[in-house]
Write a protein that binds this ligand. Structure first.
Ligand code: NAD
Length: 260
């Protein structure tokens, strides 16, 4: 479906981004990976995607908190792949602390990575997309792009900001074949969350099932995790012709979290 296109997926060495990169490669798209991790593991991921899907897969090790590094990454994508037809702004981190104790360095990191990095990739990618008359920009938001939780000031602020950036981008691209949308997941069962389940179970003397239903998924009415593959399928749909008129939308995939 996406043969001949190139997707840049930030934060694709792990979790949701990795699943999106895999899925777009399965759809025939060349892919540029980005994110941190063990060099050999990333190279193995890159090679296996190339072999399994018969597409070209590159890797940019840019630290997305650094605008110069982002510029370097976008230059690499333009030089070696002819630019990003699909841009997935997915890299993100979290920090949980009350406002009065929230470390200023964590605030700055989260705003830079979860929000400003998307501004930089978009400002460099949208011109060539408009020239080609086709582009898909997908931002990974969160239920926290729509509602808040205590102790997550930087994350909630960045994700709400990303919702605004998504709408502006959608309007600027609308008559040039460029679409921009925000996917807003609830909880996804990453290895990180798995560790939290174990820790909480031990600390509170609960079973893993109780922790998942009553603690981790307290806000998620289905009491089931969203899977990274479901988000990846959603992203692939947003790149398909059926989604051509979906633009500037903040799309929940959260088991009903924000319906409450
Ligand atoms: P993850 O920790 O598994 O993956 C994060 C990715 O970002 C990794 O590839 C990591 O190397 C990369 N990264 C981190 N710092 C970076 C930096 N400075 N520069 C470049 N890359 C960097 O996390 P995930 O759970 O897959 O989350 C991915 C996105 O999904 C994030 O934006 C997150 O806010 C969002 N999200 C996650 C959940 C969840 O429950 N896991 C829910 C809603 C939204």
């Amino acid at each position: 479906m996406l043969k001949g296109k190139t997707a840049l997926v930030t934060g694709s060495t792990s979790g949701i981004g990795k699943a999106i990169a895999e899925r777009l490669a399965r759809e025939g798209c060349d892919v540029v990976l980005n994110g941190f991790g063990d060099h050999d593991a990333i190279e193995a991921q890159r090679e296996s995607m190339e072999q399994e899907h018969g597409v070209k897969v590159g890797y940019a090790n840019a630290d997305l908190t650094d605008p110069d590094a982002i510029e370097g990454m976008m230059g690499y994508v333009m030089r070696d792949f002819g630019g990003a037809d699909i841009l997935v702004n997915n890299a993100g981190v979290q920090h949980v602390a009350p406002l009065e104790d929230f470390p200023v360095s964590k605030w700055e990191l989260i705003i830079a990575l979860n929000l400003s990095a998307a501004f930089h990739t978009i400002r460099m990618a949208i011109g060539p997309m408009k020239e080609k008359g086709w582009g898909r920009i997908i931002n990974t938001g969160s239920a926290h792009a729509k509602v808040a939780s205590p102790y997550k000031s930087a994350y909630v602020t960045a994700k709400h900001g990303l919702a605004g950036l998504t709408k502006v981008t959608a309007l600027e691209g609308a008559q040039h074949g460029v679409r921009c949308n925000l996917i807003c997941p609830g909880y996804v069962h990453t290895p990180l969350v798995d560790g939290q389940i174990d820790d909480t179970a031990k600390a509170r003397g609960m079973t893993r099932d109780q922790v998942v239903k009553d603690v981790i998924l307290a806000a998620q009415p289905t009491k089931e995790f969203v899977t990274a593959e479901q988000i990846a399928g959603f992203a692939a749909f947003l790149c398909s012709p059926d989604a051509d008129q979906i633009n500037g939308a903040d799309l929940s995939i959260d088991g009903g979290w924000v319906a409450q």
